[in-house]
Design a protein around this ligand. Structure first.
Ligand SMILES: O=c1ccn([C@@H]2O[C@H](COP(=O)(O)OP(=O)(O)O[C@H]3O[C@H](CO)[C@@H](O)[C@H](O)[C@H]3O)[C@@H](O)[C@H]2O)c(=O)[nH]1
Ligand SMILES: [Mn+2]
Length: 479
């Protein structure tokens, strides 16, 4: 489970903390889960908040599981009116536990708030030493194992790991796609799960059974090739009524998103998505039939050319071999892979590899999600849509004009970049395995910026007609 955050000002740590808590508490055996938080802001505040959250999680997760709480992001759970909702335990014991939990959450919230007002921790010592003399865009890698699941007691929590990848002004960091690639490598070394869920820091898990739902889809298909990833369509909480800024993606989700399920499947939307690790490592659907035995012998990648893209870390390449073979090779403890994890998070690790071009999260567009999904569909993979009730994840859409406009501009630019790049869907249909109708669905999305011209002219038309006293619609005739 990957959570990305980039800026503690724009994305307040309390929101990230809630997302992490909701993920830590999902209904799934905890020793099979690990939560990795990527912090592109290299912020001691984010780290401090997570440290406090890890302590709170030890109370919160058992509480949620014991009383089968449905909403496991505390800020949303406690924001509802204080009377118990239907289906919830009414016993005195539960009420007391709930009140204690509310107090504890309030303490956590206050600590984080105080920390963001003052500069906490005031002296960067102890756990925080790594953050001294760091700048947002110029600092070495910081990896902190915050919780480790030793696989013993049933009450244990998933692993929780904090990563702030190395950044240097001279080296491109590729924004979120870069962060996702580092997360993929580090998690490959540490836990190497065959499936990866990624969410934005402001998207909490709203349905505690979501992992089970997604697994049913991923494992329920007859052939793996039928499903490269499972996308839970984006829904938002407290969105503005009637979506005046169009950023709740109603059309994309309700109509197009569900419509293309019948072709090759939904777009990858950047959040709320379960990916197969193999697919991210560049597997083709055909590989699933032949198992690609030649690539691997004794669990080691053999062909030199197949190493391209995975870099120089031997330990990482081994983990890739296991992932491609479908073996689980959970390393015994997280600490043993820490050194290699630092190596693969360096900003030069990807030089001379195919990362971002052939494998991993794709570089070259600010909407790396659509580009990555397109690259997967172009290889002939399908994807599936997961729409459980209640919705799987709920996110936060910008509620004001300027923020929405920045977001729309970024999306429009990113989509246009894909349209004119050599990875455009037209190329994918003509020369690769993208289905024709899927190509049309991508073109609808990618031409979004171009559509603004006729839309703008259409919007000007009424004003023009009023000024010139003409009309563009047929006149209603009255007798
Ligand atoms: O350098 C960066 C920039 C962003 N992010 C993270 O990426 C996510 C999405 O960024 P945001 O600025 O919030 O973009 P949105 O427009 O809200 O996100 C939508 O659009 C993005 C593509 O532009 C997708 O990646 C997202 O999943 C999708 O929800 C957030 O968790 C950020 O913390 C990073 O980790 N590093
Ligand atoms: Mn966002």
């Amino acid at each position: 489970m990957f959570v990305t955050t980039a800026d503690p000002q724009l994305e307040p740590p309390i929101i990230t903390v809630n997302t992490v808590l909701s993920l830590m508490a999902v209904d799934y055996p905890a020793h099979k889960l690990a939560c990795y938080v990527s912090d592109d802001g290299c912020s001691p505040l984010t780290f401090y908040s997570l440290m406090e959250a890890a302590k709170f999680a030890k109370l919160w997760v058992p509480f949620c599981k014991k009383y089968n709480i449905q909403l496991r992001a505390p800020f949303r759970y406690f924001a509802r009116n204080s009377t118990t909702s239907s289906g919830e335990d009414c016993s005195l014991e539960f009420q007391q536990a709930r009140d204690t939990m509310k107090d504890e959450y309030e303490k956590l919230r206050r600590k984080i708030e105080d920390a963001s007002l003052g500069s906490v921790p005031s002296n960067l010592s102890g756990e925080f030493v790594a953050f001294s003399n760091t700048e947002r865009k110029n600092h070495p890698t910081i990896i902190k194992i915050m919780l480790e699941n030793k696989g013993g007691s049933p009450d244990e929590l998933p692993h929780l790991i904090y990563i702030s990848r190395e950044k240097q002004p001279k080296h491109p960091h590729h924004y979120k796609a870069g962060a996702m690639n580092v997360l993929t490598r580090v998690s490959g070394l540490m836990t190497n799960a065959p499936l990866m869920l990624n969410v934005d820091c402001d998207m909490y898990a709203n349905n505690p059974q979501i992992v089970l739902h997604a697994l049913c889809l991923l494992l329920g298909t007859k052939y793996e090739r039928d499903c490269a990833f499972v996308q839970c369509l984006q829904y938002f909480y407290d969105g503005a009524k009637d979506d005046p800024f169009g950023n709740q993606l109603v059309v994309r989700n309700e109509y197009l998103g569900q419509g293309i399920v019948g072709i090759q499947g939904p777009y990858y939307e950047g959040t709320g998505c379960f990916h197969r690790r193999k697919v991210i490592y560049g597997s083709w659907p055909e590989d699933m039939k032949t198992e690609k035995k030649s690539l691997i012998s004794n669990g080691e990648l053999t062909k030199v050319e197949s190493l391209n893209g995975f870099g120089i870390s031997k330990q990482f390449i081994n983990s890739v071999a296991h992932a491609l073979q479908g073996n689980s090779d959970n390393p015994k403890d997280l600490w043993s892979s820490l050194e290699a994890a630092y190596q693969v998070s360096s900003c030069t690790y990807e030089y001379n590899t195919d990362r971002g071009k052939e494998i991993g999260w794709m570089y070259g567009s600010t909407t790396e999600d659509i580009l990555t999904g397109l690259a997967i569909h172009t290889k002939g993979w399908r994807s599936l849509c997961c729409l459980p009730n209640p919705p799987a994840f709920l996110g936060c859409a910008p509620s004001g004009g300027p923020a929405s406009m920045t977001q729309q501009k970024r999306w429009a630019t990113g989509l246009l970049e894909i349209l004119v790049s050599k990875r455009s869907p037209i190329y994918g249909t003509l020369f690769m395995n993208l289905h024709f109708r899927q190509c049309l669905a991508y073109l609808w999305l990618l031409t979004r910026a171009l559509r603004s011209i006729p839309e703008f002219l259409y919007a000007l038309l009424p004003a023009y007609c009023i000024m010139t006293n003409s009309h563009f619609l047929p006149k209603v005739r009255r007798k």
